[in-house]
Design a protein around this ligand. Structure first.
Ligand code: NAD
Ligand code: TYD
Length: 355
């Protein structure tokens, strides 16, 4: 999409972890765009993430649920969004194991409601319009010790979370084929960085180390993930949004594979250094616990297509990104405490009242 034209852009899930970085980037870098951040403010949505940009003229927050068809249709009619960058989702695998239906409702039906509303306002007038669907590498299932996920790897999801994301990807493609809707899909590996809710591995373990609580490593810890710094993901989304051909799919990753146990040990060492605790003290908190059901052994991504086609490459190496992330959590203990206790919701009440 051209950078120069004025646009109304809907970003869904913008109060969450990755979404807040994408919203900030677009609001600050593109003053000719008006960014509408639509978020239901579930447990994972936190408007404290966006305090620094909430008074910008080209930014509007909208509270609402993507599964609410009537509300979404009215919103699209009112604002005539030129583009949608869709990040709103239930995103945590462990929660999907306990409440799979919620994942189907938000991730599949919610995506369909958005696709339908977008189709209804533009019908066949698709010039300079785009539906950007932000997805995950988990749709590809699991790898053995070797190999990489490519854009052509068949989908083979194993968790209710990844199955719901895979299904939503299919619907996006189907709307492209059936209604000529221009779309792009990105499938990204594990993100880490500032503002991640402390239920995911890295912020959970930072929080537990700070509070001298056990670090629950699932199974034997020999599971592998590829890790990407969240602002590099936001940069990849920007690059795909502006430079991709329509109807493309890009894998996004950090070229950065870690076994969980090695990552946790590195995190422990860095935390000891930063907290001036004796080296080895955080590692003593490691506790091996019952494995996650259906735990995928290894995710690893071949991100050469976006590197070669769009000249995108991660700018932050893992040690540097992990250090920045730890520093952010250490200087934002109130954010961490508010997120862990649910107190962050008071901010919304104070700011917006009970609507
Ligand atoms: P997150 O859980 O931190 O944030 C999700 C946001 O969506 C929250 O603000 C939440 O309030 C909002 N939301 C949830 N249900 C909603 C609904 N029904 N209506 C409106 N808003 C709703 O998630 P995240 O980690 O920032 O992930 C964002 C997107 O990126 C997701 O689509 C996820 O699948 C994808 N993704 C995440 C990762 C990762 O490592 N976190 C990696 C690849 C892809
Ligand atoms: P997570 O951050 O939940 O991301 P995902 O499941 O999307 O990869 O988990 C990352 C890895 O860390 C995954 O292999 C599961 C493991 N893990 C633990 O060992 N203990 C934990 O408490 C959590 C949350 C995750």
């Amino acid at each position: 999409m051209s950078e120069t034209e004025a646009k109304n852009i809907l970003i869904t899930g913008g109060a969450g972890f990755i979404g807040s970085h994408v919203v900030r980037r677009f609001v600050k870098n593109y003053s000719n765009y008006h960014i509408f951040n639509l978020d239901a403010l579930t447990y994972a949505g936190n408007l404290e993430n966006l305090i620094d940009i909430e008074s910008y003229d080209n930014y509007t927050f909208l509270k609402g649920n993507i599964s609410d068809e009537d509300f979404i249709n009215k919103l699209f009619l009112k604002y005539k969004f030129d583009a949608v960058i869709h990040l709103a989702a239930e995103s945590h695998v462990d929660r999907s194991i306990t409440d799979p239906l919620l994942f189907a409702k938000t991730n599949i039906l919610g995506t369909m409601v958005l696709l339908n509303a977008f189709k209804n306002i533009w019908q066949d007038a698709w010039s300079n319009k785009l539906f950007f669907h932000v997805s995950t590498d988990e749709v590809y299932g699991t790898l053995g010790d070797v190999g990489l996920f490519k854009e052509t790897t068949p989908y083979d999801p194993n968790s209710p979370y990844s199955a719901s994301k895979a299904s939503s990807d299919h619907f996006v493609r189907a709307y492209g084929e059936t209604y000529d809707m221009p779309y792009v899909i990105s499938n990204c590996s594990n993100n880490y960085g500032e503002n991640q809710f402390p239920e995911k591995l890295i912020p959970l373990f930072i929080n537990n180390i700070l509070n001298n609580k056990p670090l629950p490593v699932y199974g034997d810890g020999n599971y592998t993930r590829d890790w990407l710094y969240v602002q590099d993901h936001a940069c990849a989304i920007d690059s795909i949004f502006h430079n991709s051909e329509n109807n493309e799919t890009y894998n996004v990753g950090g070229f950065n594979e870690w076994k969980n146990i090695d990552l946790v040990k590195l995190l422990c060492k860095k935390m000891d250094e930063k907290l001036s605790r004796p080296i080895g003290s955080s590692e003593e908190l490691i506790t091996y616990v019952k494995d996650r059901a259906g735990h995928d052994l290894r995710y690893a991504i071949d991100a050469n297509k976006i590197k070669n086609d769009l000249n995108w490459y991660p700018s932050v190496n893992f040690e540097e990104g992990l250090s920045k992330t730890i520093d952010w959590y250490l200087s934002n203990k109130e954010w961490l405490d508010n997120a862990s206790s649910g107190k962050y919701k008071d901010y919304y009440l104070a700011q917006y009242g009970n609507k």
